[in-house]
Design a protein around this ligand. Structure first.
Ligand code: SF4
Length: 434
């Protein structure tokens, strides 16, 4: 994050001690209120944090094979004056061998290779910077899009899986006061192919042995398939459900069998939202069993209105009802993401209120992932004390809500959720390469 640290602002809480009793505490633990640090939140005419749902009009990225259905790919190849079956060959190169390099496509006629690639696989992402941590097991990529917009993805190797955190928008219009991505507002929606290309480029790097220093041969035991990204989380830049159609088209390409798509398991794909209720309902009806995560961060509207501005549109109970509906329709257990912020949302009564609200809707449908923040001295956006964190987790577990502290991999390189932003330095690197 790039904000200037401020002195924490505190005041006694007057929050309800229990959701059921409605009792109110007059004194109690400190209550830090959300505020931006070092930047000014855009406001609407009524003085509320501005929400941008529509993507500003900018030049569209070139149409790419991954933007098209298999039938449309055949048509496009024919439009280029080439036989339709070449579309399948190109898809195999792209979705199975992760290449857009005509020189590697030796099964295609030499005289038309360049033309096919130029027409079907135009360059979408230019790598501006790559940062590594965890001895190479975590890599953050900064990409420049065709119009100069910058986005990021983070690749993480865990025991038994490789996860890629992808961006779905350049910037974000949801304006959360803690989030570096939202500071500049929404630049534009990413295209389906720009979303897919992040995965293809990551798979290419893995195949070349670039993740955690493993070579392809080392990662390939006898009878094993080569390693590749196994899990996708839509927790990079942007609110995925605000770019619904392109995100869902990308998900369809991820789960389509090779070579029409990447042949991934829907269960390994997590779509995370701050609570765009109509889109959650639509997602529940898609019939694609992705994992659904709601970034809640507060169980009471009083706090969440300030912490997550979209709460002014859809309240906590509406978001939880939609999340429950997702479970009821898909049978997929829902994740509740909850960043624990010292003296802001980490109070014991909030753990109890969250447990009440979840249990009111049923049992076994949800689990909670509290996310510990990094300690940031002087900032109001700092980590909860360990005993407070433990108490928060204990109360939820005791109430029968499975709760596990989430891994915060990538914090060292500002690659964690809500921290992805193009810094001035990134802009400079990009300009130097343009
Ligand atoms: S936290 Fe998520 S929804 Fe909020 S501004 Fe950041 S990227 Fe957008």
């Amino acid at each position: 994050m790039t904000e200037t640290p401020r002195t924490p602002e505190t005041r006694p809480t007057t929050a309800p001690a229990s959701s059921r009793s409605g009792a109110v505490r007059s004194t109690g633990p400190a209550q830090v209120r959300p505020a931006t640090e070092g930047w000014t939140q855009l406001k609407d005419a009524e003085g509320r944090p501005l929400l941008q749902f529509a993507s500003p009009k900018r030049g569209k990225p070139p149409v790419h094979l991954a933007d098209l259905t298999p039938a449309e790919r055949v048509e496009k190849v024919k439009e280029l004056g080439l036989p339709g079956f070449r579309a399948k060959q190109l898809s195999t190169h792209y979705f199975r061998h992760y290449t857009s390099d005509a020189a590697e496509m030796t099964d295609l006629p030499a005289d038309t290779r360049e033309q096919l690639v130029a027409g079907m696989l135009p360059p979408l992402l230019t790598e501006v910077r790559r940062l590594e941590t965890d001895r190479g097991d975590t890599i953050k990529f900064l990409w420049r899009l065709h119009d100069g917009a910058l986005v990021e993805s983070v690749l993480m190797r865990y025991p038994g899986r490789i996860t890629l955190c992808v961006s779905s928008q350049a910037g974000c219009g949801m304006n959360c006061p803690f989030c570096a991505t939202g500071q500049a507002g929404l630049t534009r929606n990413m295209s389906t192919a720009e979303i897919i290309e992040q995965i293809v480029r990551a798979n290419r790097l893995i195949a070349e042995g670039g993740l955690g220093g493993k070579t392809l041969r080392q990662s390939q035991g006898p009878g094993q398939t080569p390693e590749r990204v196994s899990n996708i989380v839509f927790m990079g830049m942007g609110e995925p459900l605000a770019n619904y159609k392109r995100v869902m088209d990308a998900v369809r390409s991820m789960v389509a069998p090779q070579p029409d798509g990447l042949g991934m398991s829907a269960r390994g794909i997590t779509i995370s939202t701050v609570g765009l209720v109509p889109a959650i309902k639509k997602l529940a009806d898609e019939g694609i069993p992705v994992t659904f995560a709601l970034s809640l961060h507060a169980p009471d509207d009083h706090l969440r209105d300030e912490l997550i501005p979209v709460n002014s549109r859809w309240k906590v109970d509406e978001a939880l009802d939609a999340a429950y509906d997702y479970y009821a329709k898909t049978g997929r257990r829902v994740s509740i993401e909850y960043a624990l912020i010292k003296d802001m949302n980490d109070h014991a009564w909030r753990a109890d209120l969250l447990a009440d609200k979840l249990n009111e809707r049923g049992r076994g449908w949800v689990h909670v992932n509290p996310i510990p923040l990094n300690p940031t001295p002087g900032s109001i956006w700092t980590s909860s004390d360990k005993d407070v964190t433990d108490e928060f987790v204990r109360r939820l577990n005791d109430a029968g809500i499975p709760t596990t502290l989430r891994d915060t991999r990538g914090k060292e390189i500002d690659g964690a959720c809500g921290q992805l932003v193009a810094t001035t330095e990134d802009e400079a690197s990009s300009a130097a390469m343009a």
